[in-house]
Design a protein. Structure first.
Length: 351
Protein backbone atom coordinates (compact mmCIF):
# COMPACT_ATOMS: atom_id res chain seq x y z
CA UNK A 1 0.00 0.00 0.00
CA UNK A 2 1.36 3.40 -0.90
CA UNK A 3 1.69 6.42 1.37
CA UNK A 4 1.66 9.78 -0.49
CA UNK A 5 1.97 13.35 0.73
CA UNK A 6 -0.51 16.04 -0.17
CA UNK A 7 -0.11 19.83 -0.11
CA UNK A 8 -1.04 19.96 3.59
CA UNK A 9 1.91 17.69 4.37
CA UNK A 10 -0.39 15.00 5.80
CA UNK A 11 0.11 11.34 4.99
CA UNK A 12 -2.40 9.96 2.51
CA UNK A 13 -2.91 6.21 2.73
CA UNK A 14 -3.54 4.34 -0.51
CA UNK A 15 -4.47 7.62 -2.19
CA UNK A 16 -7.67 7.47 -0.15
CA UNK A 17 -7.33 8.47 3.52
CA UNK A 18 -5.74 11.68 4.75
CA UNK A 19 -4.29 11.16 8.23
CA UNK A 20 -4.81 13.83 10.88
CA UNK A 21 -4.02 14.08 14.58
CA UNK A 22 -3.38 11.09 16.83
CA UNK A 23 -6.42 10.20 18.94
CA UNK A 24 -4.89 7.54 21.15
CA UNK A 25 -2.43 4.67 21.38
CA UNK A 26 -2.03 1.24 22.89
CA UNK A 27 0.76 -1.31 23.14
CA UNK A 28 0.58 -2.37 19.49
CA UNK A 29 -1.50 0.30 17.80
CA UNK A 30 -1.97 4.02 17.31
CA UNK A 31 -5.31 5.56 16.33
CA UNK A 32 -5.53 8.63 14.12
CA UNK A 33 -8.27 10.93 12.97
CA UNK A 34 -8.52 10.40 9.20
CA UNK A 35 -10.64 11.59 6.28
CA UNK A 36 -11.62 9.80 3.11
CA UNK A 37 -10.41 12.28 0.48
CA UNK A 38 -12.97 11.05 -2.06
CA UNK A 39 -16.10 11.16 0.12
CA UNK A 40 -15.07 13.55 2.91
CA UNK A 41 -16.14 10.97 5.51
CA UNK A 42 -14.15 11.08 8.76
CA UNK A 43 -12.95 7.81 10.32
CA UNK A 44 -10.73 6.53 13.10
CA UNK A 45 -7.66 4.89 11.53
CA UNK A 46 -6.10 2.18 13.67
CA UNK A 47 -2.46 1.62 12.69
CA UNK A 48 -0.86 -1.62 13.89
CA UNK A 49 2.85 -2.43 13.57
CA UNK A 50 3.20 -5.93 12.09
CA UNK A 51 6.66 -6.58 13.53
CA UNK A 52 5.54 -5.92 17.13
CA UNK A 53 2.44 -8.08 16.71
CA UNK A 54 4.41 -11.02 15.27
CA UNK A 55 7.11 -10.69 17.95
CA UNK A 56 4.65 -11.18 20.82
CA UNK A 57 2.48 -13.75 19.00
CA UNK A 58 -0.58 -11.52 18.68
CA UNK A 59 -1.24 -12.13 14.97
CA UNK A 60 -4.18 -14.46 15.62
CA UNK A 61 -5.73 -11.99 18.08
CA UNK A 62 -5.58 -9.14 15.52
CA UNK A 63 -7.04 -11.39 12.79
CA UNK A 64 -9.83 -12.43 15.14
CA UNK A 65 -10.66 -8.82 16.03
CA UNK A 66 -10.89 -7.90 12.34
CA UNK A 67 -13.01 -10.98 11.50
CA UNK A 68 -15.41 -10.30 14.37
CA UNK A 69 -15.81 -6.60 13.63
CA UNK A 70 -16.49 -7.28 9.94
CA UNK A 71 -19.44 -9.45 11.06
CA UNK A 72 -20.82 -6.83 13.44
CA UNK A 73 -23.33 -4.42 11.90
CA UNK A 74 -25.27 -3.01 14.83
CA UNK A 75 -25.99 0.58 15.97
CA UNK A 76 -24.32 -0.10 19.34
CA UNK A 77 -21.14 -1.71 17.99
CA UNK A 78 -18.23 0.25 16.48
CA UNK A 79 -18.25 -0.42 12.74
CA UNK A 80 -15.20 -1.39 10.70
CA UNK A 81 -15.16 0.07 7.17
CA UNK A 82 -11.99 -1.19 5.54
CA UNK A 83 -8.74 -3.09 6.23
CA UNK A 84 -5.55 -2.26 4.34
CA UNK A 85 -1.93 -3.28 4.73
CA UNK A 86 1.59 -2.26 3.79
CA UNK A 87 4.78 -4.26 4.32
CA UNK A 88 5.16 -3.02 7.89
CA UNK A 89 1.65 -2.01 9.03
CA UNK A 90 -2.03 -2.99 9.16
CA UNK A 91 -4.52 -0.15 8.78
CA UNK A 92 -8.11 -0.48 9.99
CA UNK A 93 -10.57 2.27 9.03
CA UNK A 94 -13.26 2.33 11.72
CA UNK A 95 -16.25 4.37 12.75
CA UNK A 96 -15.12 7.55 14.49
CA UNK A 97 -16.83 7.73 17.90
CA UNK A 98 -16.39 11.24 19.25
CA UNK A 99 -17.88 11.13 22.75
CA UNK A 100 -15.08 9.27 24.55
CA UNK A 101 -15.29 6.31 26.93
CA UNK A 102 -18.26 5.63 29.17
CA UNK A 103 -15.60 5.20 31.87
CA UNK A 104 -14.91 8.97 31.88
CA UNK A 105 -18.58 9.62 32.68
CA UNK A 106 -18.51 7.23 35.63
CA UNK A 107 -15.24 8.76 36.85
CA UNK A 108 -17.23 11.93 37.57
CA UNK A 109 -19.66 9.99 39.79
CA UNK A 110 -22.56 7.58 39.60
CA UNK A 111 -25.29 8.02 36.99
CA UNK A 112 -28.99 8.63 37.46
CA UNK A 113 -30.96 5.41 37.21
CA UNK A 114 -32.70 6.39 33.96
CA UNK A 115 -29.35 7.27 32.32
CA UNK A 116 -27.79 4.01 33.54
CA UNK A 117 -30.80 2.11 32.19
CA UNK A 118 -30.47 3.69 28.75
CA UNK A 119 -26.79 2.71 28.48
CA UNK A 120 -27.49 -0.77 29.85
CA UNK A 121 -30.30 -1.35 27.34
CA UNK A 122 -27.95 -0.46 24.49
CA UNK A 123 -25.21 -2.67 25.92
CA UNK A 124 -27.56 -5.66 26.21
CA UNK A 125 -28.83 -5.07 22.65
CA UNK A 126 -25.23 -5.17 21.34
CA UNK A 127 -24.24 -8.20 23.43
CA UNK A 128 -27.39 -10.08 22.37
CA UNK A 129 -26.50 -9.37 18.73
CA UNK A 130 -22.95 -10.70 19.25
CA UNK A 131 -24.22 -13.87 20.93
CA UNK A 132 -26.76 -14.45 18.14
CA UNK A 133 -23.79 -14.65 15.79
CA UNK A 134 -21.78 -16.96 18.01
CA UNK A 135 -19.40 -14.23 19.23
CA UNK A 136 -18.48 -13.71 22.90
CA UNK A 137 -16.72 -10.44 23.76
CA UNK A 138 -14.95 -11.60 26.97
CA UNK A 139 -13.65 -8.16 27.96
CA UNK A 140 -16.73 -6.03 28.56
CA UNK A 141 -15.94 -3.04 30.79
CA UNK A 142 -16.67 0.72 30.71
CA UNK A 143 -13.29 1.43 29.04
CA UNK A 144 -14.46 -0.65 26.04
CA UNK A 145 -17.77 1.19 25.76
CA UNK A 146 -17.59 4.41 23.74
CA UNK A 147 -20.17 7.17 23.36
CA UNK A 148 -20.96 9.03 20.14
CA UNK A 149 -21.79 12.74 19.99
CA UNK A 150 -25.47 11.94 20.67
CA UNK A 151 -24.62 9.89 23.76
CA UNK A 152 -25.28 6.51 22.10
CA UNK A 153 -23.23 3.60 23.40
CA UNK A 154 -20.83 1.72 21.09
CA UNK A 155 -19.08 -1.52 22.08
CA UNK A 156 -15.47 -1.77 20.90
CA UNK A 157 -12.25 -3.80 21.35
CA UNK A 158 -13.00 -7.36 20.24
CA UNK A 159 -9.37 -8.40 20.66
CA UNK A 160 -10.20 -11.00 23.33
CA UNK A 161 -13.43 -12.20 21.73
CA UNK A 162 -14.12 -15.83 20.88
CA UNK A 163 -16.26 -17.55 18.24
CA UNK A 164 -18.49 -20.49 19.07
CA UNK A 165 -16.09 -22.64 17.00
CA UNK A 166 -13.48 -22.06 19.73
CA UNK A 167 -15.56 -24.26 22.05
CA UNK A 168 -13.96 -27.50 23.14
CA UNK A 169 -15.67 -30.90 22.96
CA UNK A 170 -17.40 -30.07 26.28
CA UNK A 171 -19.12 -27.09 24.62
CA UNK A 172 -17.20 -24.59 26.77
CA UNK A 173 -14.44 -22.01 26.42
CA UNK A 174 -11.24 -22.52 28.43
CA UNK A 175 -9.07 -19.44 27.92
CA UNK A 176 -8.80 -17.31 31.05
CA UNK A 177 -8.99 -13.70 29.89
CA UNK A 178 -10.64 -10.39 30.67
CA UNK A 179 -10.15 -7.65 33.26
CA UNK A 180 -10.04 -9.04 36.85
CA UNK A 181 -12.75 -6.82 38.40
CA UNK A 182 -15.20 -7.62 35.56
CA UNK A 183 -14.44 -11.30 34.99
CA UNK A 184 -16.97 -14.03 35.90
CA UNK A 185 -16.15 -16.52 38.69
CA UNK A 186 -16.29 -19.53 36.36
CA UNK A 187 -13.63 -17.93 34.11
CA UNK A 188 -11.31 -17.62 37.13
CA UNK A 189 -12.15 -21.22 38.10
CA UNK A 190 -10.48 -22.59 34.93
CA UNK A 191 -12.96 -25.45 34.52
CA UNK A 192 -14.46 -24.15 31.29
CA UNK A 193 -17.21 -21.60 30.89
CA UNK A 194 -20.11 -20.53 28.71
CA UNK A 195 -19.01 -17.35 26.88
CA UNK A 196 -22.54 -15.89 26.87
CA UNK A 197 -22.97 -16.37 30.63
CA UNK A 198 -19.54 -14.83 31.28
CA UNK A 199 -20.47 -11.75 29.21
CA UNK A 200 -23.73 -11.41 31.17
CA UNK A 201 -21.76 -11.35 34.44
CA UNK A 202 -19.56 -8.54 33.06
CA UNK A 203 -22.72 -6.64 32.05
CA UNK A 204 -23.88 -7.01 35.66
CA UNK A 205 -20.65 -5.50 36.98
CA UNK A 206 -20.99 -2.64 34.47
CA UNK A 207 -24.57 -1.93 35.56
CA UNK A 208 -23.51 -1.94 39.23
CA UNK A 209 -20.68 0.52 38.47
CA UNK A 210 -23.03 2.82 36.49
CA UNK A 211 -25.48 2.96 39.41
CA UNK A 212 -23.00 2.93 42.30
CA UNK A 213 -19.97 4.80 40.96
CA UNK A 214 -17.66 2.05 42.27
CA UNK A 215 -16.99 -1.67 41.73
CA UNK A 216 -19.02 -4.42 43.44
CA UNK A 217 -15.92 -6.53 44.16
CA UNK A 218 -12.93 -4.61 45.49
CA UNK A 219 -9.82 -5.59 47.41
CA UNK A 220 -6.16 -4.52 47.33
CA UNK A 221 -5.26 -8.22 47.26
CA UNK A 222 -6.28 -9.75 43.92
CA UNK A 223 -6.73 -13.24 45.40
CA UNK A 224 -9.04 -11.83 48.09
CA UNK A 225 -11.01 -10.06 45.32
CA UNK A 226 -11.28 -13.33 43.38
CA UNK A 227 -12.69 -15.01 46.50
CA UNK A 228 -15.36 -12.30 46.77
CA UNK A 229 -16.18 -12.76 43.07
CA UNK A 230 -16.43 -16.56 43.38
CA UNK A 231 -18.84 -16.19 46.34
CA UNK A 232 -20.80 -13.36 44.72
CA UNK A 233 -19.96 -11.37 47.85
CA UNK A 234 -21.21 -7.80 47.22
CA UNK A 235 -23.69 -5.32 48.71
CA UNK A 236 -25.99 -2.92 46.87
CA UNK A 237 -25.87 0.70 48.11
CA UNK A 238 -29.08 2.02 49.73
CA UNK A 239 -29.91 4.29 46.78
CA UNK A 240 -30.46 1.34 44.41
CA UNK A 241 -34.16 0.87 43.67
CA UNK A 242 -35.63 -2.51 44.61
CA UNK A 243 -36.03 -3.44 40.90
CA UNK A 244 -32.39 -2.55 40.16
CA UNK A 245 -31.23 -4.51 43.20
CA UNK A 246 -33.25 -7.53 42.10
CA UNK A 247 -31.82 -7.48 38.56
CA UNK A 248 -28.20 -7.00 39.68
CA UNK A 249 -28.51 -9.90 42.12
CA UNK A 250 -29.60 -12.12 39.21
CA UNK A 251 -26.81 -10.81 36.94
CA UNK A 252 -24.12 -11.33 39.59
CA UNK A 253 -25.19 -14.87 40.45
CA UNK A 254 -21.91 -16.80 40.91
CA UNK A 255 -23.61 -19.95 39.57
CA UNK A 256 -23.67 -19.59 35.75
CA UNK A 257 -26.42 -22.22 35.47
CA UNK A 258 -28.90 -20.12 37.45
CA UNK A 259 -27.62 -16.72 36.26
CA UNK A 260 -30.21 -14.68 34.37
CA UNK A 261 -30.32 -14.98 30.56
CA UNK A 262 -30.51 -12.06 28.13
CA UNK A 263 -34.15 -12.82 27.25
CA UNK A 264 -35.04 -12.69 30.97
CA UNK A 265 -33.05 -9.45 31.41
CA UNK A 266 -35.16 -7.91 28.64
CA UNK A 267 -38.34 -9.06 30.39
CA UNK A 268 -37.33 -7.62 33.78
CA UNK A 269 -39.33 -4.71 35.21
CA UNK A 270 -36.31 -2.46 35.65
CA UNK A 271 -35.01 -3.02 32.12
CA UNK A 272 -38.37 -2.38 30.45
CA UNK A 273 -39.26 0.72 32.43
CA UNK A 274 -38.26 3.55 30.06
CA UNK A 275 -39.29 1.54 27.00
CA UNK A 276 -42.85 1.53 28.37
CA UNK A 277 -42.80 5.33 28.53
CA UNK A 278 -41.64 5.74 24.93
CA UNK A 279 -43.03 2.93 22.80
CA UNK A 280 -42.05 2.33 19.21
CA UNK A 281 -45.24 0.37 18.60
CA UNK A 282 -47.99 2.82 17.80
CA UNK A 283 -51.73 2.92 17.23
CA UNK A 284 -53.77 5.01 14.76
CA UNK A 285 -53.96 7.84 17.33
CA UNK A 286 -50.24 8.09 18.05
CA UNK A 287 -47.98 10.86 16.82
CA UNK A 288 -45.92 8.65 14.51
CA UNK A 289 -48.94 7.62 12.46
CA UNK A 290 -50.31 11.18 12.43
CA UNK A 291 -46.93 12.50 11.28
CA UNK A 292 -46.75 9.84 8.57
CA UNK A 293 -50.17 10.87 7.27
CA UNK A 294 -48.84 14.34 6.61
CA UNK A 295 -45.80 13.16 4.65
CA UNK A 296 -45.99 12.62 0.91
CA UNK A 297 -42.36 11.55 0.62
CA UNK A 298 -40.09 8.55 0.84
CA UNK A 299 -39.06 7.94 4.44
CA UNK A 300 -36.04 6.00 5.60
CA UNK A 301 -35.55 4.51 9.08
CA UNK A 302 -33.95 7.70 10.40
CA UNK A 303 -36.96 9.79 9.35
CA UNK A 304 -39.28 7.36 11.12
CA UNK A 305 -37.20 7.45 14.30
CA UNK A 306 -37.02 11.25 14.27
CA UNK A 307 -40.81 11.49 13.92
CA UNK A 308 -41.46 9.18 16.86
CA UNK A 309 -41.21 10.41 20.45
CA UNK A 310 -38.68 7.70 21.28
CA UNK A 311 -37.06 4.60 19.91
CA UNK A 312 -36.85 1.80 22.43
CA UNK A 313 -38.12 -1.71 21.93
CA UNK A 314 -37.44 -5.14 23.32
CA UNK A 315 -39.10 -6.77 20.29
CA UNK A 316 -37.24 -8.75 17.65
CA UNK A 317 -36.31 -7.13 14.32
CA UNK A 318 -38.98 -9.26 12.61
CA UNK A 319 -41.67 -7.96 14.98
CA UNK A 320 -40.59 -4.35 14.31
CA UNK A 321 -40.76 -4.90 10.53
CA UNK A 322 -44.23 -6.47 10.83
CA UNK A 323 -45.47 -3.53 12.91
CA UNK A 324 -44.09 -0.97 10.47
CA UNK A 325 -45.83 -2.85 7.65
CA UNK A 326 -49.08 -2.71 9.62
CA UNK A 327 -48.67 1.05 10.21
CA UNK A 328 -47.93 1.59 6.49
CA UNK A 329 -51.18 -0.14 5.52
CA UNK A 330 -53.14 1.91 8.06
CA UNK A 331 -51.95 5.19 6.53
CA UNK A 332 -52.04 3.88 2.94
CA UNK A 333 -48.28 4.01 2.38
CA UNK A 334 -46.46 1.71 -0.01
CA UNK A 335 -44.16 -0.60 1.99
CA UNK A 336 -41.25 -2.47 0.38
CA UNK A 337 -38.43 -4.47 1.92
CA UNK A 338 -35.39 -6.38 0.71
CA UNK A 339 -35.30 -10.16 1.01
CA UNK A 340 -33.15 -10.12 4.16
CA UNK A 341 -35.16 -7.21 5.68
CA UNK A 342 -31.97 -5.12 6.00
CA UNK A 343 -33.53 -2.38 3.84
CA UNK A 344 -37.07 -1.00 4.21
CA UNK A 345 -38.94 1.76 2.39
CA UNK A 346 -42.17 3.58 3.22
CA UNK A 347 -43.52 5.82 0.47
CA UNK A 348 -46.61 8.02 0.50
CA UNK A 349 -48.96 8.27 -2.50
CA UNK A 350 -49.73 11.58 -4.16
CA UNK A 351 -53.36 12.48 -3.53
Amino acid sequence: MSEDRNNHNHAVLNGKYELGRQLGHGTFAKVYHAKNVKTGKTVAMKMIGKEKVIKVGMTEQIQREISVMKMMRHPNIVEIYEVMASKSKIYIAMELVRGGELFSKIAKGRLREDAARSYFQQLISAVDFCHSRGVYHRDLKPENLLLDEDGNLKVTDFGLSAFSDHLRHDGLLHTTCGTPAYVAPEVIGKKGYDGAKADIWSCGVILYVLLAGFLPFQDDNIMAMYKKISRGDFKCPPWFSSDARRLITKLLDPNPKSRITISKIMESTWFKKSAQNKPLFVSEDDSLVNNLKGKGETLNAFHIISLSEGFATMRSAGAVVSKLEEVAKAVKFRFTKSGDESSLRLQGHDS
